[in-house]
Design a protein around this ligand. Sequence first.
Ligand SMILES: *[C@@H]1O[C@H](CO)[C@@H](O)[C@H](O)[C@H]1NC(C)=O
Ligand SMILES: *[C@@H]1O[C@H](CO)[C@@H](O)[C@H](O)[C@H]1NC(C)=O
Ligand SMILES: *[C@@H]1O[C@H](CO)[C@@H](O)[C@H](O)[C@H]1NC(C)=O
Length: 114
Amino acid sequence: MRHHCLLLLSLVLVSYAARRSESALGGWSPIKDVNDSHVAEIANYAVSEYDKRSGAKLTLVKVSKGETQVVAGTNYRLVLKVKNGSTTASYQATVLEKPWLHFRNLTSFKPLRS
Ligand SMILES: *[C@@H]1O[C@H](CO)[C@@H](O)[C@H](O)[C@H]1NC(C)=O
Ligand SMILES: *[C@@H]1O[C@H](CO)[C@@H](O)[C@H](O)[C@H]1NC(C)=O
Ligand SMILES: *[C@@H]1O[C@H](CO)[C@@H](O)[C@H](O)[C@H]1NC(C)=O
């Protein structure tokens, strides 16, 4: 009887652990150092790609914060402060990167209400 209880408990713990690691994969985790040079590169890509596609003339001021998500590659979701002429605004940009394919795509770029 005691053994059955232990077995059941360990099964519950194992499946809980499995579910936990599943949700960690595919979840978003905060970028600790938004000053990292690779994060800056992704941010510059996002702004210049947006400008190229839309004809806007936004320039990057700084990366305010960001998160990454491991998918087939890495999604970067960054909050960017940009200059548009004399005004500054915040945007949320999402960039998918697959470094082994030298692939990058701006999948979303939208204004944030500040
Ligand atoms: C990033 O750089 C800015 C300006 O140099 C600084 O104020 C900020 O503390 C830095 N952030 C981190 C996480 O190092
Ligand atoms: C930039 O500013 C101009 C002039 O105020 C405005 O018409 C335009 O919509 C802005 N562009 C973006 C992408 O916010
Ligand atoms: C880049 O992302 C946009 C928006 O999600 C999508 O329409 C486009 O097909 C993507 N381009 C490539 C090369 O995957």
